[in-house]
Design a protein around this ligand. Structure first.
Ligand SMILES: [Zn+2]
Length: 465
């Protein structure tokens, strides 16, 4: 998606660090086409016995997934690999079209005729560019985001509301992208140091966007409410207090408007940082599963992943702008005259900047995925230790398998996965369980009530450790 929605979206997404555990889309008419089983019973191999073996337990969990469901989610996820290639090539083609047909130059000329006030030139250009690039990209967008999502039972919207969301997205892009473009064209007037200032401006702008997003941008698309069911909220807030997290509220988002995907995330920055669960998760997950997921999200919080993500994007943006500085010089020397672009301060250069950004993003994807995946793994470890719900965690990994391949090869996981694969997550949970079997066995540790999470039993009985 980033590849077809322009530089601003790509840049904003980079820093709009949304530590997504599960992720997004859900069907209004349950059951969803590819719903994974909600395992209530822990398989015999995964039950706490003296012969417990983490690998056998992992395999037993994986065996609970019907093969047709696995095949379907594998097809969806592997198709995504190709979609990223098509997105990239399509984006490159659109940029080359705008440059070679000199549409970009015509848009610049029109913007200059509208007003003599220079910063407005940039905005008027951005408006034209965004509309035309969106229209050109529309066939791929509608296939990828609408038809393909419906085909795999992940989307819930009919065409009208989907289109409405697209228009809202366009509006957000117009305002935020326009502001960023105006700021960048101001600093480009500094002939030798523009790329350094460009990085500084983009980092500041992206951090600001990440901060306001939960409060001002997400509510444009979804309804976000405070969760007030004490059965769900109390154990979460208790876990938060135990981990030194000053949370007073947990939020719910009505993601089922768009998707069947179960998800939770930590979003925002400083005062707007918050933990949000989506309604699909709340509807379909067991209390054990929710606690496992929340432990994971709290891991992101306690391990300062948002701040580390910002630091990483600082490095990435500086590298990107250094490369952009070199790349623009190199290409404009060769084809600048043909494209009738005057220099880097000319607004008509935007499709070229987008083109170079697409190449940078495509090449660095395995690196950004690996950074995110590493943080997700850290949050998994933290979540297991905190929630003590390895079986709830395994169930969550199975639910996520509705849109993520469960069992990829190691190189495939390294390149394409921004979260650990389902198999690795279940194995990590079972490994944790193997090392903590005493929490789940022993005559003095009686489970309180049917299905009571072990963590509750521990708290009530007090001395099982
Ligand atoms: Zn996460």
């Amino acid at each position: 998606m980033t590849s077809r929605k322009g530089l601003a979206t790509a840049l904003c997404r980079l820093v709009f660090f949304c530590a997504t555990f599960c992720t997004t889309p859900a069907l209004a008419q349950p059951p969803a086409a590819n719903q994974m089983p909600s395992v209530i019973q822990v398989p015999p191999e995964a039950q706490a016995t003296p012969h417990f073996d983490a690998t056998a337990a992992t395999n037993a969990y994986l065996a609970q997934i019907p093969t047709d469901k696995t095949a379907r989610s594998d097809a969806y996820f592997e198709g995504g690999y190709w979609m990223s290639l098509w997105d990239f090539l399509y984006g490159v083609a659109v940029a080359l079209l705008l440059l070679n047909l000199r549409w970009s130059v015509r848009m610049r000329d029109l913007a200059e005729r509208v007003t003599r006030f220079k910063p407005v030139h940039t905005f008027v250009y951005w408006l034209q560019y965004l509309v035309i690039a969106t229209i050109l990209a529309f066939p791929l967008t509608v296939y990828e985001d609408y038809f393909r999502e419906h085909k795999y039972g992940l989307a819930t919207q009919t065409f009208g509301p989907w289109m409405g969301d697209q228009m809202k997205g366009l509006g957000v892009n117009l305002v935020l992208g326009g502001l960023l473009a105006m700021l960048l064209f101001v600093v480009r007037r500094l002939p030798r140091t523009w790329w350094i200032w460009g990085a500084v401006v983009t980092i500041a702008f992206s951090t600001f966007t990440a901060m306001i997003a939960p409060v001002f941008i997400l509510p444009i698309f979804n309804k976000i409410t405070r969760l007030d069911d004490p059965k769900v909220v109390d154990p979460i807030l208790s876990m938060a207090r135990a981990n030194g997290i000053p949370a007073k509220d947990v939020f719910e988002i009505d993601a089922s408007r768009q998707t069947t995907r179960m998800s939770a995330n930590v979003s925002g920055f400083a005062n707007t940082m918050r933990i949000t669960l989506n309604d699909n998760l709340l509807r379909r997950a067991s209390p054990e599963e929710i606690q496992a997921v929340m432990g994971h999200e709290m891991g992101h919080y306690v391990l300062n992943h948002i701040y580390k993500g910002i630091m990483f994007s600082v490095i990435l943006f500086v590298l990107f702008f250094a490369y952009l500085h070199w790349g623009l010089d190199w290409t404009l020397k060769r084809w600048g005259e043909k494209w009738r672009i005057r220099d880097v301060t000319d607004t008509a250069v935007v499709p070229l900047v987008v083109l170079l950004a697409l190449i940078f993003g495509f090449v660095t994807t395995p690196i950004t995925n690996t950074l995110t995946r590493t943080q997700e793994y850290e949050a998994d470890m933290y979540g297991l230790t905190t929630s003590r719900q390895p079986d709830g965690f395994a169930q969550a990994a199975i639910h996520l398998g509705e849109y993520r391949k469960m069992n990829p090869g190691p190189i495939e996981e390294w390149i394409f996965f921004d979260h650990p694969s389902g198999r690795n997550r279940i194995y990590a949970a079972m490994r944790w369980k193997a090392e903590n079997l005493k929490l789940f066995t022993g005559s003095r540790c009686v489970r309180v009530g049917t299905g009571a999470p072990p963590v509750q039993a521990e708290l009530q009985l007090g001395s099982c450790l």
